[in-house]
Design a protein around this ligand. Structure first.
Ligand code: ADP
Length: 400
């Protein structure tokens, strides 16, 4: 049997097909520019001889239904999925499950209605996720479908971590609280981390840094999230590619009063013009390092602000957990950027955090340990695999 994972955005659809027996990826791809005159499909698959193949097609894809049919056609043509009936389940990534979903859920009308209700909390993402689910249900009605939520992993946070110090009615009537995101990634790397440390997950205290374009950190006790840096939206917490992370909440008020900025302008500022890009004009960490090496003070400052925030959260989450059995780095920056990892861990020997400079600098693509053998707190780099986590969780939800 096989498992298909779908991640539907407003104008794109990502897919990945797994073989259940060994979790090997048989095919993956992205359909982009859905709704535009010319859409694009980039696909990769393993052919019958076990060779990696890829393709790039441009073709009109007026809507998600056309895109999904195109994907099914591509999977059939490349021989990795001759009949949709070979699928045990389709797992859908859904960004926001609010407080309604603490685990993946087999999709029925009630689940769809609840995801729809959560759209107020994630207006950019949930409607697109929902569109993908509805189309998949229509095209493949015989295949069970499961929703896997980005927020579900963080539902174990206690009220002390998830409540804002705001009037209670805003939480009770309007759902204003911290939800956290990147949950499937944190869940995946924590499970892998515990296995690498040869410790039962239930007895592991981990701090997991997911550092990509979006970035968040989670304090995880016994496999359950205790706190995480993203909040009501993914804007809170760490410095990100274009998002500001933590701010004084009075700042937007100041901008409204002093510069006459409206809601849309402030939204643009905080989500798209801030973070690394705001500090130095770029949001790609590789380019920022190149600029910094050429002596650009703004690039240098951007890296310093990014790392300062990492260290601040590291200290805070260390204190929350009391005892830490491992630090984990993942995401594009977490997996590939030894300078950022070194900067975040620098000077923390007294907390038992001892990076091994050679292991940290070695470039590798597999999960690995980058602390000294004596370091009381092991430091791990673990490539994330959100699609695999969604596939596993979808199958587990089906099996009850
Ligand atoms: P997304 O959140 O979009 O999935 P990724 O996890 O792919 O993002 O991470 C993107 C970030 O990772 C970018 O800032 C990119 O510059 C950074 N990155 C990727 N490779 C490297 C590398 N070798 N060194 C430093 N940063 C890297």
């Amino acid at each position: 049997m096989k498992i298909l994972v779908l991640n539907a955005g407003s104008s794109s659809l990502k897919y990945r097909l797994f073989r259940r027996s060994d979790w090997q990826t048989l095919a993956s791809g992205t359909l982009s520019r859905i709704g535009e005159p010319q859409g694009e499909l980039r696909g990769h698959w393993i052919d019958e001889q076990g060779r990696a193949q890829d393709c790039q097609d441009t073709l009109p894809m007026p809507d998600h239904s056309a895109a999904l049919q195109r994907m099914a056609h591509r999977l059939r043509e490349s021989g990795v999925l001759s009949r949709m009936e070979e699928l045990a389940v389709i797992g859908h990534r859904v960004v926001h499950g609010g407080e309604a979903f603490q685990a993946p859920k087999r999709i029925d009308e009630q689940v769809l209605a609840t995801i729809q209700r959560m759209s107020a909390l994630a207006p950019l993402h949930n409607p697109a996720n929902l569109a993908g689910i509805r189309v998949a249900q229509k095209l493949f009605p015989q295949i069970p479908q499961v929703a896997v939520f980005d927020t579900a992993f963080h539902q174990s946070m206690p009220p002390a971590a998830y409540r804002y110090a705001l009037p209670a009615f805003l939480y009770e009537k309007h759902g204003v609280r911290r939800y956290g995101f990147h949950g499937t990634s944190h869940a995946y790397v924590c499970r892998r981390g515990a296995a690498l440390l040869q410790r039962p997950l239930e007895r592991c205290n981990l701090i997991s840094f997911h550092l990509g374009n979006g970035a968040s950190v989670a304090a995880v006790r016994g496999g359950k999230c205790l706190d995480t840096s993203m909040g009501f939206t993914p804007l809170e917490g760490l410095v990100m590619g274009t998002r500001c992370g933590d701010l004084d909440p009075a700042l937007p008020l100041y901008l409204m009063e002093q510069l006459g900025w409206d809601r849309a302008r402030i939204d643009q500022l905080l989500n798209r013009e801030s973070g690394l890009r705001g500090l130095c004009g770029r949001n790609d960490m590789r380019a920022i390092h190149r600029q910094a090496e050429q002596g650009d003070p703004q690039a240098l400052l951007a890296i310093q602000v990014f790392c300062h925030r990492l260290k601040k959260y590291l200290g805070a989450y260390y204190a929350l957990l009391g005892e830490v059995h491992g630090l984990i780095f993942t995401g594009g920056i977490g997996e590939n950027d030894p300078k950022v990892r070194a900067c975040a861990c620098e000077g923390l020997q007294n907390l038992g955090i001892q990076l091994d400079p050679a292991a940290n600098a070695a470039s590798a693509s597999e999960a690995r340990r980058i602390s000294t053998p004596e370091s009381p707190v092991p430091i791990l780099v673990i490539p994330t695999n959100e699609e695999l986590e969604i596939a596993r969780q979808a199958l587990a939800a089906l099996d009850g």
